[in-house]
Design a protein around this ligand. Sequence first.
Ligand code: BTN
Length: 252
Amino acid sequence: MIVPSVNTLFTGKFLIKLNEIDSTNNYLRYWISNNAPIEGAVILAEQQTAGRGQAGTSWQSLANQNITMSLLYQPKTILAKDQFVLSAMIALSIYETLQEFLPNNEVKIKWPNDILVDQQKICGVLIENSIQGSYIQNCIIGIGLNVLQIDFENLPTATSMSLKGYQGNIETVIKRLLEIIEKNYLFLKTGKNKEIFERYHQVLLGKDQLLKFSDLSTEFMGTIQKVAPDGRLEILTDQGSRFFYHKEVVFL
Ligand code: BTN
């Protein structure tokens, strides 16, 4: 992999590319505990041996086929209680990037921040924040985006950009992704939480549709209303609104 030169102010200007690491999120966390943190620093890995997914799951990705990277932001003005807006901003940036490269496919965000193309998962995000007082200090944004991999033996619902017709390389996608993330991050830092949330909701899978869910004990029908600033999903059921944190509810 050639390290891409990005057209940004600071995102990806400091970039470490590793051949192999357990997890780029782990590496970045270790790195900032031993060095002065650099806003916009990016860690890229050709291969992760113990990639981590949300809620303690693992993230599988073939070597040299996909993007596995972590990015450091220090959004010191974003309140810890509003931290989901960062997650929404990242999901939206990945959404916008995929729309550019795959203009003829349906791209959606599945709450909280999975990205789907034609209802198949193409990208996962693992954000790990450290908090100081009421504010976010370091935000480690881990992104696993499937680009070239075409065989997902054990993952029947996974897909990649190549499987959806993309014919370019990984570097082009990394470059554009970092540029779009920085654009949206700078926009968010001017206090545009509401605007980011609005755009997030416009592309949210299942919004305003009557769907079947499970709260891990019973199945129920409901309509997704919105996602609260703390990240809880609001579903309107015939018993009124119910609110769920991640992994407390599944779409059936
Ligand atoms: C998920 O959908 O469960 C989130 C997956 C996040 C995977 C990425 S790959 C780069 C970064 N390093 C990790 O160990 N995980 C994230």
